[in-house]
Design a protein around this ligand. Sequence first.
Ligand code: AMP
Ligand code: MG
Length: 357
Amino acid sequence: MKGGLVMRDLHFKPIVPLLLLLAFLGFWLLWKNPSHQELHATTRLAMGTLVSVSTWGATEAEDENGVNWVFSRIKEVESWASKQIPSSLVYKINHSPKGTLLEVPEELVTVVHTGLEIRNLSGGAFDPGLGYLVDLWGFGNGVAEEGKIPETQKIAAWLEERNKHHDFGIQWVKTANGGMAIQWGGFAYELDLGGIAKGYAMDLAMESLKLSGIPNALIVAGGDMIIAGSKGGKPWRIGIQHPRDHNKVMAFAEITGDMAMSTSGDYERFFMANGERQHHILDPKTGKPSRSGLISVSIQTSTSIKADALSTAVFVLGMKEGKALIEKLDGVEGMLVHENGERWKSPGFKGQWLEGS
Ligand code: AMP
Ligand code: MG
């Protein structure tokens, strides 16, 4: 046994310096090789907007794997939640005869249920059933046009149909195999998950990164973002767009740890008609673009699905009721901007106004 050890020592001794040299060379190459840089950033088009994924500390292969997973999950959500894609489930529900019973996957139940929960919390300001109205204004189907607003009778007919039901007009039915089916309530309840599905997809996207071994990341998709961990021990730095100058940042925040933030603004999609800004956030009570006076609302909370829906809800509620809802909800912070120049942020909101913005 002892002799064997001596033999091995004698045999290996001459190559120790060589091994050390090789190890040093290896470390040097790894350090020089860009595939081991710490920050990776990828931007691709998805969900009708630019989605950028930044990761910290992953190898190039880990980053590529994680990012591919992110985009495939986002595409998956889009494929069933989009109102425009004829093969999507939401399209099928919306184009079925009234009263049709359709079996739906758990994912859709989760998103619609969360939407209805926020609908209740906001007294109907957020509503996942505005599909017909959104199309009437041309925002869901890309036909919005300068100067072209819907006929008053069509909006009135939608409101009238809406007011017939005290509940939401969509029924859930348990199937024999324990699944869920949705019974569609007609044109006044067409689903439009545009104010919530992106947030849901962002949650899945971040979950994919974490499951693929990337705990430090920032994902930004238009006005929605989700953050995890840090950027090499430093916080992720994010900006909030100025609602009246798209080249300007109005506020910024430095964030470490898990957090989601969504911003809803009247500047994201709009056209001018009758001297007014006709934008994509509709007030279900009037059937028209929200005139609450708010022009930008940012919500920070633990999940992107809630941040997304709540930013739209608070936008429609306005300064007073919006503030009250934020203050009522645990773990929800907000930053609100009124067209009259008034600004408010909740004490726990992570971010500061930029001077002169
Ligand atoms: P966001 O940009 O997240 O505020 O969401 C706006 C999108 O949500 C619109 O483009 C519509 O598809 C949909 N939407 C508009 N108004 C509402 C509302 N009051 N409640 C729920 N979804 C809405
Ligand atoms: Mg939203």
